[in-house]
Design a protein around this ligand. Structure first.
Ligand code: OGA
Ligand code: MN
Length: 222
């Protein structure tokens, strides 16, 4: 990833803009934070989906893969619900993610192949300690995305996402989980954490994968 700014990401036409702003940010620095940009029909669909989930729909998130999966309350406390086409809001969201994936493939030649996404709910006191979403050579997760569905987040309510530099571990950015704020970063490169939250924190996470065969469920050979 070229760390030099290849062009000014701010000077784009306002409309072609969201996917291009994402591509430009990823191309220039490997991560991008865009406050309050998620299109309204998407947030409306996601909120409606959330409102229609049963109380028991969120379950404890697991850490690790396959048989090594475990729960670890010291690492992460959030609960999740995988997004599917069970609700039109889920269909709209997954369709938009797929369009974004195709745009990024054309624009950055990332070779992204599939995606997955879940809601996450952090209750008062919940956090997610510093981690990577993928380990080099051990996962086919390439790109991580998060967005938030919380209105009126106050500075003293915690719950920020902190993103660290790949090599130095220096803090790069602290993201307030405000409504429609979009964050993307390369999964293998950027350690990040969620600071303890002091109110309910609703978010959506997604990962884009390449079609690698070194995973738990290899794609069949062609
Ligand atoms: C994750 C994650 C960040 C956030 O789910 O892996 O890092 O801000 N989420 O919710
Ligand atoms: Mn993560």
């Amino acid at each position: 990833m070229n760390l030099a700014l290849s062009r000014n990401c701010q000077q784009l036409p306002p409309d072609d803009s969201l996917f291009e702003s994402i591509a430009c940010g990823l191309e220039s620095q490997g991560y991008v934070v865009l406050p309050a940009v998620l299109p309204e029909p998407l947030t409306r669909g996601l909120l409606d989906y959330l409102a229609n989930l049963e109380a028991g729909a969120f379950h404890v998130a697991r850490i690790g893969r396959g048989s090594r999966q475990m729960r670890n309350k010291f690492v992460r406390r959030d609960r999740i619900h995988w997004i599917s086409e069970e609700h039109p809001g889920g269909t709209g969201w997954l369709t938009w993610l797929d369009q974004l994936m195709q745009y990024l493939n054309r624009r950055l030649f990332l070779g992204l192949f599939s995606l997955e996404s879940h809601f996450s709910l952090y209750q008062h006191g919940d956090f997610y300690r510093k981690h990577l979403d993928a380990f080099k050579g051990r996962s086919n997760r390439v790109l991580s995305l998060v967005t938030y569905l919380n209105r009126g987040w106050e500075p003293d309510q915690g719950g920020e996402l902190v993103i660290y530099a790949p090599e130095s571990d220096e803090e790069l950015v602290r993201v307030v989980p405000g409504f429609g704020t979009l964050v993307l970063f390369l999964s293998e490169d950027f350690p990040h954490e969620v600071l303890p939250t002091r109110r309910e924190r609703y978010g959506v996470a997604a990962w884009f994968r390449i079609n690698a065969s070194n995973n738990d469920h290899p794609e069949p050979p062609e």
